[in-house]
Design a protein around this ligand. Structure first.
Ligand code: RFL
Length: 405
């Protein structure tokens, strides 16, 4: 089947070997890899540069992912400014339990807010490597993906004219709600979706971290999480009913519930601050298989969403980007298609591994508040095992760091 839709072109059609849709971590990393090899591409982004440079999301990066950025000359600021984390803390039954995953594995996490990484990647791509990036584009459409002459069209925000770009390949890096969703018809790709049936109130507080590491609180009222982002800003999560209204959570209620769910003997109270983000996430995940549709190669959240349970999404986006960037260069500069042919399978192994770990961790986070005494009992047994059995702790550490894959 050919995915084609009528397109008009107000100006002369343009041409670029690769069109990247979306300037998130995945799209910008691919753009940078291509530019470093002198392969031209156009990055199309629906938001403004200022907006994407300030959009707060992830913050936990795995060591292998940062090494990948470093190898490609993309981690200079990160390595200067990011914090290293080697431990996490579980709180349940009023007690604190420390898991020293750095000691167990020799590996660590990096904490670096996603918007800073995006800022670094845009600057490197557009200002240093001379890459073509077009912000504020509207109504992106993909055409003729099954031919060897695909194209992408969009409406220019300044002239309101349609622009058509012919290319060899399209990199679909436009996240969970982008234009590439329209291509995912059941005859082209299988989308496996998992709904956790719970909500998380995702919060950003103008307050310094209250602990020197990530804290997971398992409380009968629901899960709560604490994650450092910077010396001034901390991310918190509170389990809530799916579809809950953030207005049901005024500042006072948020802080009293966080203090309660994250409270434990010997733990100082949380440092409170103004809430600068408050949104409800209906926790779900999905995986698109295959991640290739004709000449469209999906990467990052466009191909697989991982609920932010185990902080895996941005790491997976970078993994895809490394593989796709290198495979496109091999094809376009040496005629070697091995990487492109194996791309989907090479990504999906890690994707499913991380999906499984997120699901396992979700059971731990939410078992004690499920209202089901049987689930609460097995959850507490798992938690106790994590701190009684060195091999259980090592397995957790390896999966949490993504170092064993
Ligand atoms: P992004 O970052 O969503 O970027 C997609 C880009 O595409 C643009 N776009 C379009 N452009 C053109 N035309 C269209 N039709 C378009 N539609 C969309 C968008 O504006 C955007 O700029 O996808 P990418 O590159 O795949 O990166 C994925 C990550 O952003 C995501 O997985 C993480 O943020 C997930 N995540 C976390 N991942 C981690 O690895 N560690 C974490 O600690 C972590 N914490 C989180 C998270 C996600 C969260 N939210 C938003 C659910 C915490 C939260 C609260």
């Amino acid at each position: 089947m050919t995915f084609a839709s009528p397109h008009s072109n107000s100006g002369a059609p343009q041409r670029s070997p690769v069109v990247v849709i979306g300037a998130g971590p995945a799209g910008l990393t691919i753009g940078n890899i291509l530019r470093a090899a002198d392969v031209d591409c156009v990055v199309l982004e629906s938001e403004t540069r200022a907006f994407i440079e300030q959009r707060p999301r992830a913050g936990v990066l795995e060591e292998w992912a940062v090494r990948g950025l470093e190898r490609r000359g993309l981690a200079v600021n990160l390595l200067e400014r990011a914090q290293r984390h080697t431990e996490c803390e579980f709180r349940f039954g009023g007690q604190r339990y420390r898991l020293e995953y750095g000691e167990l594995t020799g590996h660590h996490h990096w904490i670096y807010p996603q918007q800073l990484l995006v800022t670094d990647l845009v600057r490197e791509y557009a200002d240093v490597r001379g890459g073509d990036i077009r912000f504020g584009v509207r109504d992106v459409q993909l055409h003729d993906l099954d031919s060897d002459q695909p194209s992408v069209s969009y409406t220019d925000p300044d002239t309101s004219e349609r622009v058509l770009i012919h290319c060899d390949f399209v990199a679909g890096c436009d996240g969970a709600r982008g234009a590439t969703r329209a291509v995912l018809t059941p005859d082209r790709a299988r989308v496996s979706r998992y709904d956790y049936g719970i909500g998380w109130l995702a919060l950003l507080a103008e307050a310094p971290p209250s602990n020197d590491c990530v804290v997971f609180g398992m409380h009968p009222n629901g899960f709560a999480g604490h994650m450092a982002r910077s010396p001034e800003v901390t991310r918190y999560y509170l389990e809530c009913p799916p579809g809950d209204d953030p207005d049901n959570w005024p500042q006072d209620r948020v802080w009293s519930e966080l203090q309660l769910r994250l409270g434990a003997s010997g733990a100082p109270p949380l440092t409170e601050g103004r809430l600068i983000e408050k949104r409800v996430l209906d926790m779900h995940s999905y995986v698109v298989e295959p991640m290739v549709i004709g000449r469209l190669f999906l990467a990052g959240d466009a191909a697989h969403l991982t609920a932010p349970i185990a902080a895996k999404g941005m790491n997976l986006a970078l993994h895809d980007a490394y593989l796709l960037g290198d495979a496109l260069i091999a094809h376009l500069t040496k005629g070697d298609s091995t990487g492109l042919t194996g791309y989907s399978a090479a990504c999906l192994g890690r994707v499913w591994d991380y999906q499984e770990f997120s699901q396992w961790l979700s059971d731990i986070y939410h078992g004690t508040s499920s209202g089901d005494p049987y689930r609460a009992g097995t959850t507490l047994a798992r938690l106790r095992r994590l701190f009684a059995s060195p091999s259980a702790a090592s397995t957790f550490a390896e999966q949490y760091l993504g170092s064993g894959y």
